[in-house]
Design a protein around this ligand. Sequence first.
Ligand SMILES: C[S@@+](CC[C@H](N)C(=O)[O-])C[C@H]1O[C@@H](n2cnc3c(N)ncnc32)[C@H](O)[C@@H]1O
Length: 287
Amino acid sequence: MYDLKRLFNNTDVLETIPKSELTQIDSLLKKSIDKNYQHSGCWQIDLINIFGKELVLELLDDIDHYNYSKYKDYLGVETKNHLDIGSGSGKTPLLIHKKHADLTIKCVDVSTNYLSQEAKAILSKTKKITFSCYEKGSNLPYPDSKMGSASLFYVLHHCHPIDNVIRLLNEVHRVLIKDGFLIVIDEPIRNSNHKRLKEQIDIAVNSLLFDQELSLDIIGENISKDSFRTFENKPDQHPGFSDLNFFANDELQSFFTETGFKLIEYIEPNNWNWIFDRAIYILNKQD
Ligand SMILES: C[S@@+](CC[C@H](N)C(=O)[O-])C[C@H]1O[C@@H](n2cnc3c(N)ncnc32)[C@H](O)[C@@H]1O
């Protein structure tokens, strides 16, 4: 029997999941050990079938709002400008813009492919948010010491190998003002099983959010299994997602120290569904 409680230390959260759902999750986990199943693309369908498309999206939305309430006081210190790195669909900068309209937000990513229609429409109307594209591994297209704050949300686990993580953090350090803040959200893994599951969940959730093949329009009642494809199947079309490597909490913290950041707050939420668990790191640029 696959023991969920041994895999996930957070038993309080598991207690809140109804027994019928746990049984379904349990059988999904058992199936997910099988490599053929992992690569079949069925994982996404099963995830959505178990939790429901609405619930998955609702949970992600709740998480974004919860996150915002934790980091909002660190945005744009002194400068009233903020840099969001790896903006993806643009949902984080849009949320920040809605809540914090006087802030100038710069967004950067390695591809424009993931921007949502909503983000494109808002970008065309306001000068408060701008979007730039740059090549993975190169310097960020911004001058030294100008940004009051920066964010890296769910990006570091796509920056494999470690050299790329360090390079990106060094670049963020360069563009921040003295004492500027960096907010990192990522999903520190607890052990190798957790890492493997995170990888699958990541493919599923990112497919749901970013993959045109999996746009919300096509995730309907009569969806054909053939329409589901994972990012793994077409990595060249997804330069931002081709590398996937989740880190443990102590690894992430050592990257921050090595690149000149001091951890001033670590928020490990315990009230989310284990599938979407993540941590927030509030960091301060050191000289
Ligand atoms: C999981 S998505 C997260 C998107 C967004 N931050 C959010 O919270 O919804 C990861 C994003 O990081 C981007 N990315 C990956 N490597 C990057 C890098 N070295 N520099 C900037 N962005 C990168 C990907 O293109 C993708 O848009």
